[in-house]
Design a protein around this ligand. Structure first.
Ligand SMILES: [Zn+2]
Ligand SMILES: [Zn+2]
Length: 124
C-alpha cells in the first residue's frame, strides 16, 4: 500500500456534474486530476445529488463501509478526536485519511461521528 504523498487528496470534492437535461443542478463526489474527473466511492455518473452535502454524504457511506479499524501506532499516543482520551489506535479510510480514535470510539459509529463533523474534503 502506498502512503499519500503530495496534494492528491485536494482533488477530491463534491463537484457539479454536467447535467444531461433539465434536471437542474447535480453534484457528484469526484476526483479531478490532469483535466479529467471521475466519480469516487459509491458515487457514479448516475447519481442525482441536489447539493454538495448530499454527494459528500454518499461518499461518506463508502468510506465507512471500507474503513479499517486496526491502526496501531507504537510508542506514540494522540488524543481521541471525539473524547480527548489518549490513544495509540486509529482508523484508516480508503481515502488514506487517518482518524485517531480511542478503543471506545474505534468503530463505525465513532468514525461516522468524526466524518459528520469534518468535511470529507474541501474544494480548493
Ligand atoms: Zn452519489
Ligand atoms: Zn474516544
Amino acid at each position: 500500500m502506498s502512503w499519500p504523498h503530495g496534494a492528491e487528496d485536494d482533488y477530491h470534492a463534491p463537484r457539479r456534474w454536467p447535467s444531461d437535461g433539465d434536471d437542474g443542478e447535480r453534484w457528484v463526489y469526484s476526483c479531478r486530476a490532469q483535466g479529467r474527473q471521475w466519480p469516487l466511492g459509491y458515487c457514479s455518473a448516475r447519481c442525482r445529488h441536489g447539493t454538495p452535502d448530499e454527494a459528500a454524504a454518499h461518499y461518506r457511506q463508502y468510506l465507512l463501509d471500507t474503513a479499517r479499524y486496526d491502526g496501531h501506532w507504537r510508542g506514540v499516543a494522540y488524543r481521541c478526536e471525539l473524547c480527548d482520551t489518549w490513544t495509540d489506535r486509529f482508523a484508516q479510510l480508503e481515502s488514506f485519511a487517518l482518524h485517531r480514535l480511542c478503543p471506545a470510539h474505534l468503530n463505525r459509529e465513532g468514525l461516522s461521528r468524526v466524518l459528520k463533523r469534518t468535511p470529507v474534503a474541501e474544494s480548493r
